[in-house]
Design a protein around this ligand. Structure first.
Ligand code: SAH
Length: 340
């Protein structure tokens, strides 16, 4: 039985058309599940008994299992169980501009970034579309809030689950459903070049963030395995093409790791690479985890790095630190739950 939350509107329309039924039934279903947030098909008041019976026979309307919730003032972390027993995380961050949810796209991750907790569990499988959609629905229900921004920065590499992630975004965007605008959604990738180019051609107005984290290949090779496949120059080249084609500004994420990539020379090198590109750099204070030996750069070092980029005409921001109290770095909650 398929989970209905995995269906884009056109796919659900097709389902009804194939049965010789009316297309608009798909819209009705969408409105019931995403606007009214029903938990059973029986609650659909304006839909015929036959259709309800048919839906009950063919579709599941099942949520994820909430295993754990950790609440802090401006951040809340959720650990969800999937039907097959795997676990994933979502993190809610309360900003002054709204509620942003960070969702997972895979169980585990194969990208092998040495500083990242998520990758300690190798990829078990991709998340199904419905497993991404229901992360939002459940957080909204649990917290009684509306999510205004969504980032694909949880466990997993979204571009390693490309097709499902694109369908997930279509479901989010659907005006008759969740209706979250593309510009409020950000996909973050470690830099899988062919997928950046594919994404460029998809026409989606979603924000793109690139986890760069290093100013030269020597350092990036050491901390991000993906750099063996796609060098910094290739990533930058793909980003330039992306910007030319889409006219959209790109974000480069840069985690500051003490003594590894946080020196002034690195900031100067980074500014050189990014010169003339319509982008901004988001400096990320490293969220230390007990399993990995990297340390976070000092406040002073972070500020110096920031200033050097500024002086070299690079748009730069420092990411607000969330949830060090609630182990908010990707993969930490799952790791602690399994081991604690
Ligand atoms: N695979 C994608 C998305 C998931 S990671 C990607 O690589 O972009 C989302 C962001 O969090 C990435 O920039 C990642 O490098 C960063 N990150 C991972 N572990 C972190 C930690 N301990 N502290 C701070 N940021 C971390």
């Amino acid at each position: 039985m398929k989970n209905i939350y995995g269906f884009t509107l056109p796919r659900l329309e097709n389902y009804f058309l194939k049965k010789g039924d009316k297309k608009f039934k798909a819209t009705q279903v969408f409105e019931w599940i995403y606007k009214q947030r029903i938990h059973s098909f029986d609650e659909m008041k304006n839909v015929s008994k036959n259709t309800i019976e048919d839906l009950k026979e063919n579709f599941a309307l099942t949520p994820l299992t909430l295993l754990q919730k950790q609440i802090d003032t401006d951040v809340c972390k959720f650990l969800f169980g999937l039907a097959d027993g795997n676990k994933i995380e979502a993190v809610l961050m309360k900003h002054d501009y709204g509620n942003s949810l960070c969702v997972s796209s895979q169980v585990g991750c194969n990208m092998g970034c040495t500083f990242c907790e998520s990758g300690r569990l190798k990829k078990v499988r991709n998340l199904e579309i419905h497993e991404m959609v229901t992360q939002i629905l459940q957080v909204e229900q649990e917290m009684n809030i509306k999510i205004s921004h969504l980032v694909l920065m949880g466990i997993g590499e979204p571009f390693d689950n490309y097709e499902n992630v694109m369908d997930f975004i279509s479901i989010l965007n659907e005006p008759k459903g969740i209706d979250l605008g593309a510009r409020h959604i950000t996909v973050s990738t470690c830099g899988i070049v062919p997928k950046i180019l594919k994404f460029m051609k998809s026409g989606k107005q979603v924000n793109l963030a690139i986890s760069l984290h290093a100013s030269n290949n020597e350092i990036r090779d050491k901390i991000m395995k993906i750099n063996k496949a796609y060098k910094i120059e290739e990533v930058i080249d793909a980003v330039k093409q992306y910007i030319k084609e889409t006219n959209r500004r790109v974000t480069f994420e840069y985690i500051l790791l003490k003594g590894v990539n946080d020196k002034e020379e690195h900031a100067i090198e980074l500014a050189k690479i990014l010169k003339g590109i319509n982008c901004y750099v988001n400096l990320i204070p490293y969220n230390e985890t007990s399993h990995i030996e990297y340390k976070k750069s000092s406040k002073n070092t972070i500020m110096k790095f920031f200033d050097t980029l500024k002086k070299n005409h690079i748009n730069v921001t420092i990411r607000k630190e969330f949830g060090s109290k609630v182990s908010a770095a990707c993969g930490q909650l799952r790791a602690n739950y399994e081991e604690g």
